[in-house]
Design a protein around this ligand. Structure first.
Ligand SMILES: Nc1ncnc2c1ncn2[C@@H]1O[C@H](COP(=O)(O)OP(=O)(O)OP(=O)(O)O)[C@@H](O)[C@H]1O
Ligand SMILES: O=C(O)c1ccc[n+]([C@@H]2O[C@H](COP(=O)([O-])O)[C@@H](O)[C@H]2O)c1
Length: 230
């Protein structure tokens, strides 16, 4: 059965690192990747942009990307966006046999023991983990996670296809330096940030003055150019 690949995040804002690992996950698994913005993300400060803006930026980012979709299921229910609730809902929709793969960064995976009902997650989905600068997997697992993931590590996507849940795969991909908090900081401080997000997302951030961004200076606007209005 074709795996269901889901990539949850705050995406505040979506950046090129997100898109790169979404593409890697999609290509490795040969499955559509569904980027799922959290409405009310647990374990972090409230996002700088509303869920509506974050989802629209994702729409812009995936536009024209084959095999990439935005999944709004966490925006369509009330309350905090606990992953265990999301995955149980997904299981209700897909049944128990279809492989479900949760794509996430290594920093998120290392924090798994802090997630709601985290041990139950292994019964609901596989994990595909993307390392990032400062968050590798070698020797870094907290003891509870090391114990819970022992015997679950696999080294090929075929093993993810072969069962519904419970395996962990390190995604083979180059490291990407981008981070949403660094981008938000650069916007506030007047630093360079636009090249770290897709051009349409940069335009959207300026148009809506998100994160304290200034509207694009008139001198840089191209007369007659039609930027995509979303
Ligand atoms: N450059 C990256 N490489 C690998 N994984 C990443 C990268 N950026 C984000 N991720 C992962 O994508 C998921 C969603 O990330 P999130 O939306 O929180 O962005 P972020 O850049 O980590 O944001 P922040 O800097 O605000 O924490 C998380 O699992 C995170 O670990
Ligand atoms: O369910 C939880 O307890 C939980 C705790 C922390 C993070 N998550 C999920 O992990 C994904 C990445 O989170 P973040 O904060 O790095 O954007 C996103 O889908 C969150 O909802 C989920």
């Amino acid at each position: 059965m074709d795996p269901w690949l889901i990539y949850g995040g705050t995406f505040d804002p979506v950046h090129l690192g997100h898109l790169a690992i979404a593409r890697s996950g999609r290509d490795a698994l040969g499955a559509t990747v569904r980027l799922m913005p959290a409405a009310d993300p647990p374990h972090r400060a409230p996002p700088g942009a509303s869920a509506l803006h974050r989802a629209r930026m994702l729409d812009i980012a995936v536009d024209g990307e084959p095999g990439m979709e935005v999944d709004r299921r966490e925006l369509e229910r009330d309350g905090r966006s606990w992953s265990v609730d999301t995955l149980r809902g997904l299981r209700g929709q897909l049944g128990g046999q279809r492989p479900v793969v949760l794509l996430l960064g290594a920093d998120s995976f290392l924090g798994l023991p802090g997630w709601k009902e985290w041990q139950a997650l292994f019964g609901l989905a596989h994990f595909m983990v993307a390392e990032r600068p400062g968050a590798g997997l070698d020797g870094a697992l907290p003891e509870a996670l090391r114990a819970a993931s022992a015997g679950r590590w696999v080294d090929s996507v075929e093993a993810l296809r072969a069962s519904p849940a419970g395996r962990v795969l390190r995604l083979d991909q180059p490291l990407h330096p981008h981070s949403a908090s660094a981008i938000r900081r650069a916007i506030v401080q007047g630093g360079h940030w636009e090249a770290q997000v897709p051009p349409g997302v940069a335009a959207y951030i300026r148009r809506h003055r998100l994160y304290g961004a200034e509207a694009e200076p008139a001198s840089r606007a191209t007369p007659g150019a039609s930027s995509q209005q979303v």
